[in-house]
Design a protein around this ligand. Structure first.
Ligand SMILES: NC(=O)c1ccc[n+]([C@@H]2O[C@H](COP(=O)([O-])OP(=O)(O)OC[C@H]3O[C@@H](n4cnc5c(N)ncnc54)[C@H](OP(=O)(O)O)[C@@H]3O)[C@@H](O)[C@H]2O)c1
Length: 310
């Protein structure tokens, strides 16, 4: 298959590109690091992988020829959400980068002679906002905070791909766990230093997923015509923050006694701390399970031991 991945230089897109490349597929990564439409094969890249420059500004450019006749387009481009504090400018970049990149892709579907068969577009469990102990499935109502509003706009842009007759599957991704990327290396650092523990009350639910399962779900959504609409990209067993802390401690053979109070999180991270660290999302992958997707790592302890054993 010919598969195009926007944001394929990132944590999730890179893992997906490697997996698809190893399976013998041709992968084109859309990246802002090259001029629009320019093509480069990165040094040491697996056979069949190339980078195509693009400008994800909501319009179509020379890069769109990479989409013509592609079997699938996967959309993972977007300004990093964690990291620096959310100033008004940072929030605008978080929103605009996702909405405009998605708009560019769906506009390209109608501009090329042969649009892709399927569009797998990113979203996040942030769609639901912070909801305490409520069980959340794909049919639950969205939240109302900043990330929830961004996710709603992002998903609405993705669904415009249907106008070109493209099947659209949207993955509402949870916290992706891996040893080398995402937030786990940062989260596990205090544990390695014997200073790890729960954050805030520790009662908030974390919707997590092992990287191998996220990659598996994205590939499954590409390959199965029944996959359409929103799919929660989370394990079937969301964990309370305190349970996640204890599991990280167990996997690393370290204590998990040292709590970080909510006040400190809010002081350090501001609004981002409430959304990403203190918010509670008990998200269940009802869609993937109903359609027959099976998780390799549904259990948190097994997922973490597999990650840290490597
Ligand atoms: N990782 C997680 O646990 C997680 C959880 C929930 C949702 N998600 C979502 O899934 C998507 C992929 O996540 P990730 O962890 O792989 O992200 P990532 O590592 O930050 O990669 C995102 C890619 O998007 C491109 N990008 C960055 N800033 C951009 C901007 N301002 N405008 C357009 N493109 C930009 C970059 O590619 P180039 O520089 O090559 O253009 C980058 O490699 C993101 O939308 C993220 O919010 C991730």
């Amino acid at each position: 298959m010919n598969i195009v991945i926007s944001g394929g230089t990132g944590f999730l897109g890179g893992a997906l590109a490697r997996d698809l490349g190893q399976a013998g597929h041709q992968v084109a990564i859309l990246s802002r690091s090259l001029g629009s439409g320019l093509v480069r094969t990165p040094a040491g890249a697996p056979a069949g992988l190339r980078h195509v420059g693009w400008v994800p500004d909501g319009t179509v450019g020379p890069w769109s020829s990479a989409l013509n006749g592609a079997d699938a387009v996967v959309n993972l481009a977007g300004e990093r959400i964690a990291g620096v504090r959310w100033t008004a400018a940072k929030k605008a970049r978080i929103r605009d980068s996702r909405v405009l990149a998605t708009r560019s892709l769906t506009a390209a579907f109608t501009a090329v002679a042969t649009p892709p068969r399927v569009f797998v577009s990113g979203s996040a469990v942030g769609y639901y906002g912070s909801r305490g102990d409520e069980s959340l499935t794909e049919t639950s109502a969205p939240g109302e905070d900043f990330l929830a509003l961004v996710c709603q706009e992002w998903e609405a842009e993705a669904r415009l791909g249907e106008r070109a007759g493209v099947r659209v599957a949207i993955i509402r991704t949870g916290l992706v766990l891996d040893r080398a990327g995402g937030v786990l290396p940062f989260m596990s650092l205090p544990f390695r230093l014997f200073a790890g523990g729960p954050t805030g009350s520790g009662r908030q639910f974390v919707a997590w997923i092992h990287l191998a399962d996220w990659v598996g779900l994205a590939r499954w959504a590409i390959e199965h015509d029944i996959a359409a609409g929103p799919l929660n990209g989370t394990s079937p067993n969301p964990a309370r923050n305190a349970d996640l802390s204890r599991a990280i401690g167990r996997a690393l053979g370290r204590p998990s006694w040292f709590p970080t109070p909510s006040g400190l999180i809010r002081l350090a991270l501001g609004e981002m701390g409430d959304a990403l660290v203190l918010g509670s999302q008990r998200v269940l992958p009802a869609g993937p399970l109903a359609l027959g997707f099976s998780f390799r790592y549904p259990d948190l302890d097994r997922a973490l031991s597999a990650i840290f054993a490597r």
